[in-house]
Design a protein around this ligand. Structure first.
Ligand code: ADP
Ligand code: GN1
Ligand code: MG
Length: 366
């Protein structure tokens, strides 16, 4: 499914003459486009996104969260002498002043200014990017640690509730509606054998042993803009899932790509390796931002969270494969299965390296 961004452009406060608009990005849920507008000799680019309302059931609440978060970040970045137009997202309002536009057909769109001189990476190309992106995610949590105005909306309830994800997986497996389970027995067993891990973080949160914080919840490497000159992680983007959560969700989710030698959907599993040097950069970058506010228990569980959230991703990808590929965009047959297999390989290798991972987080956490 794809939507025509040209039809919605006139509903936003955009200046100048449209030169072109084209698809951008590799996300699995929303659709992203980039446009070029000309005013006199100046050119301005914008990012336009169709918000998947089948996944984000209440897009106005998503946008309310994003408005609150970006406004607060803008203030803090300005106070610190930074550039709020590059270091956080800037919403371009619709003509009626709203942060989004709803079409007569019920689709939701938003527009941001395009951050120039920076780009995202779907997979690691330079080790310093791992450190810098991870530091940016830690800093994002730090800046939002005192966000005023009460709890953010949960844009997807129980998004990182790993035990509930596991239970959903069991139901999908039971139904086996596409009769695919018999072909992926090893992958299913890998997941089922790890059931007892899935409740750990959510139970500690429910018991008040782990604090709830404002977290990003989708900390893939390609959700940080990397500055073309400095290689710094200048801006955390993709804010749809910013909501109450645990820092362990963010740290954990960043490892599966930030410490992997291959793409999330690599078919050749011999290329998919957990790289301890990359993990060290990632942990150091994160802790250089987050060391000062993490509790001892959060710090202790960082290595576990990497295995847990990677397992959660395997559960979700394999679940979607078994369910007939209804959630994530896929670009080839077996795409979700390929993604699940890379995540499983990463979990297995992280398990084998858990002592070294612990040593690293202890070293940089104190
Ligand atoms: P998705 O949820 O589909 O991953 P993102 O918000 O991450 O959507 O955007 C997809 C890609 O578009 C990003 O990886 C990035 O390359 C680019 N992008 C998004 N927002 C901006 C922006 N404000 N400026 C420049 N590029 C952006
Ligand atoms: C989806 O939309 P995107 O590609 O940033 C998913 C994340 C997964 C990720 C796996 C709302 O993120 O939770 O971690 O794919 N987003 C949603 O790559 O489900
Ligand atoms: Mg993204």
């Amino acid at each position: 499914m794809s939507h025509d961004p040209k039809l919605i452009l006139s509903n936003f406060q955009l200046e100048g003459r449209l030169i072109e608009v084209k698809a951008n990005g590799s996300g699995h849920i929303n659709e992203t486009y980039v446009s070029r507008f000309q005013t006199g000799k100046q050119e301005q680019r914008y990012i336009h996104q169709w918000i998947n309302h089948h996944v984000f059931k209440e897009p106005p609440k998503v946008m309310e969260n994003i408005e609150r978060v970006t406004c607060y970040l803008q203030e803090k970045i300005a106070e610190a002498g930074g550039d709020p137009t590059r270091e956080t997202l800037t919403i371009v309002p619709a003509v009626d002043g709203c942060s989004y536009y709803q079409t007569p057909q019920g689709d939701y769109w938003r527009t941001y200014t395009c951050i120039e001189g920076a780009r995202t990476y779907d997979q690691v190309e330079e080790l310093r990017h791992v450190y810098n992106a991870s530091r940016a995610f830690g800093n994002f949590q730090k800046l939002l640690s005192d966000l005023p105005g009460g709890r953010l909306h949960e844009t997807i309830p129980d998004f990182h509730h790993t035990r509930k994800r596991f239970e959903t997986f069991e139901r999908i497996l039971e139904a086996d509606r596409c009769q695919r389970a018999a072909g992926v027995k090893a992958e299913i067993d890998f997941i089922l054998e790890r059931q007892e891990q899935t409740g750990k973080v959510v139970d500690l949160l429910a018991q008040g042993m782990l604090p709830e914080r404002v977290t990003h919840n989708d900390t893939k490497l390609n959700n940080v803009m990397i500055d073309a000159q400095s290689g710094e992680g200048i801006c955390v983007i993709d804010l749809d899932t910013v909501m109450p959560g645990s820092v362990l969700y963010d740290f954990g989710d960043s490892v599966r790509i930030g410490a992997s030698s291959a793409a999330e959907d690599e078919r050749d599993l011999s290329k998919v390796c957990f790289n301890i040097e990359m993990f060290e950069m990632l942990a150091r970058g994160y802790l250089d931002s987050a060391r000062e506010f993490l509790t001892p228990l959060e710090l202790e569980l960082l290595p576990f969270s990497a295995r847990l959230i990677t397992l959660e991703q395997a559960i979700r990808f394999l679940g979607d494969y078994l369910n007939g590929d209804v959630y994530y965009k896929t670009h080839r047959p077996g795409h979700n299965l390929d993604r699940a297999r890379t995540q499983i390989k990463m979990v297995a290798e992280m398990e084998a390296n858990s002592d070294q991972m612990e040593a690293i987080t202890h070293r940089y956490g104190s």
